[in-house]
Design a protein around this ligand. Structure first.
Ligand code: HEM
Length: 488
């Protein structure tokens, strides 16, 4: 007993709860950011709560972000947590269904298709997809109207991402069967699947059928492309088809197919939710939408020529819109790791035992007044020079000369003690950040050229967040009022 008492005295404080298994599942699940902030006020930056029967220890603040996300491979493990959800959706032998060293190589292969040279080709593709979407979609016929924006942004995201990353042939199938299949795959990402991923529930059967069908389609495409190399474009599939693991083995076709699914799924939810937030926030602040229009005219000229990749760098407010939206509405609110050996939390007396799940929530520091004046205010201008609300990121890794490390997929910042990490950090850091920025900024440019948005009641209100799926997103319906800038 004495031993247990001694051991437990070093464990972090546990959030009070009435029922053993349920614990804090409901209060956390309803609004994770609020749950974190309220309990941080009571217990400090490091505390434990019971989530679906598992003791989950969250480490907040820049130091907590660094501790979890830069955890050593012998200390923390992502695949043990995520594999039950992701393997049925992506398929075998990729991402979390393989050792971490293999994932690092796969991330390196996928990154090859995400270079500046590739982005130069993607910008016109994305621009065309956006403009043609608004031309042909019934909800945007005429001069003005009202529409719930998230389903529209979900479609625009899948059309732009699939066309840019997977090529025209695959993109065209999204008008038909592929959209429904990806929808079924999506069902695999409901939180309930953390517990019931194995169950013969109807949506799990549909998920498994969709995974097999989509993977088969990619594998047939790969075969066709191998047979006709002269047809090949230098796209994601091409690069994966020409990649070889360090042990000399060429990436097998089924792994290419599964990586293609993983890439589209990884990008879809986060980009779609972010672009929906952007449009809703612009509707709540028509003045900022006008600032964007003026920025384009000043930087690119009054006749607004077709957008090029190089133009994006001339539009800092457009970039700041993405940054500021991700500060307040990062789609991934909780990042989890299994604990592989008892972990001492630096600067505290706490030791986290191996039966706990470790959790990081960088969104908490991203809305902390210590780092961001008026933290709840969506103020894109704060990222531009001379703003009174400029972030104080003095504790963040600084600039070009910061120390970098290579986990196998290219250099990333060594320290993760930053309050602003919407793309994560460390060996599991996002490889899609630049693509997401290019995609989101291009969508903003085209939407601002076409429309003026406002809230239906012309207020500055912003809709609440839906935390019921694993990725947070706006509650629906989220209706905005749109008006064309020019006569349709
Ligand atoms: C990982 C955020 C877009 C591919 C991550 C992680 C975060 C994140 C927080 C770390 C997860 C963890 O540590 O467990 C975002 C956001 C996006 C975005 C906010 C858009 C606004 C994309 C896109 C792609 C992508 C467009 C693909 C083209 C990936 C991949 C990983 C990742 C492959 C690595 C997973 C791992 O190593 O475990 N992302 N992401 N993401 N993301 Fe993204």
């Amino acid at each position: 007993l004495m031993q247990t008492l001694l051991k437990n005295s070093n464990e972090p404080p546990v959030v009070f709860h009435w029922f053993p298994i349920i614990g804090s599942t409901i209060t956390y699940g309803m609004d994770p950011p609020r749950f974190f902030v309220e309990n941080r006020a009571k217990y400090g930056d490091v505390f434990t709560f019971v989530l679906l029967g598992r003791k989950t220890t969250v480490c907040l603040g820049p130091a907590g972000n660094d501790f979890v996300l830069n955890g050593k491979i012998r200390d923390v493990n992502a695949e043990e947590i995520y594999t039950v959800l992701t393997t049925p959706v992506f398929g075998r032998d990729v991402v979390y269904d393989c050792p971490n060293s293999k994932l690092m190589e796969q991330k390196k292969f996928m990154k090859i298709a995400l270079t500046t040279e590739a982005f130069r080709q993607y910008v016109p593709i994305i621009s065309d997809e956006v403009t043609s979407y608004f031309k042909r979609t019934a909800d945007f016929k005429g001069q003005l109207g009202e529409v719930s924006i998230p389903p529209k942004m979900a479609e625009i995201t899948i059309f732009t991402a699939s066309h840019a990353l997977q090529g025209k042939a695959i993109r065209d199938q999204f008008d038909e069967s592929l959209a429904a299949l990806y929808h079924d795959l999506d069902m695999g990402f409901s939180p309930i699947n953390f517990t019931f991923h194995w169950a013969p529930l109807p949506w799990n059967n549909r998920r498994d059928h969709a995974q097999r069908t989509v993977a088969k389609l990619y594998m047939e495409t790969i075969k066709r492309r191998r047979a006709n190399p002269e047809l090949d474009a230098q796209d994601m599939m091409f690069h994966l088809m020409n990649s070889t693991y360090k042990n000399g083995v060429q990436v097998p076709d089924h792994e290419i197919a599964h990586m293609m699914i993983a890439l589209l799924m990884a990008g879809q939810h986060s980009s779609s939710s972010t672009s929906s937030w952007i449009m809703l926030l612009l509707a709540s602040r028509p003045d900022i939408m006008e600032d964007l229009y003026q920025e384009q005219i000043n930087a690119l000229g009054p006749d607004l020529p077709p957008l090029q990749y190089e133009d994006l760098a001339k539009l800092p407010l457009h970039g700041a819109i993405v940054k500021e939206t991700l500060r307040l509405h990062a789609p991934i609110h909780s990042i989890m790791r299994a604990v592989k050996q008892p972990l001492h939390v630096p600067g505290t007396k706490f030791v986290i035992p191996t039966n706990h799940v470790l959790m990081s929530a960088p969104g908490v520091s991203a809305s902390d007044p210590v780092f961001f004046p008026k933290p709840d205010l969506w103020d894109p201008h704060r990222w531009l020079p001379d703003s009174p609300n400029a972030p104080s990121l003095s504790r963040a890794p600084a600039g070009e000369d910061e120390e970098k490390i290579d986990y196998g997929y290219g250099l990333v910042s060594k320290g993760a003690a930053s309050p602003y990490l919407p793309f994560g950090a460390g060996r599991h850091r996002c490889i899609g950040e630049q693509f997401a920025n290019v995609q989101l900024q291009t969508i903003i440019v085209e939407v601002v050229r076409l429309f003026k948005f406002r809230n239906v009641d012309s207020s500055n209100k912003v809709i609440g967040t839906d935390y019921a799926s694993l990725f947070s997103r706006p509650l629906e319906p989220a209706v905005i009022h749109w008006e064309r800038r020019e006569q349709a």
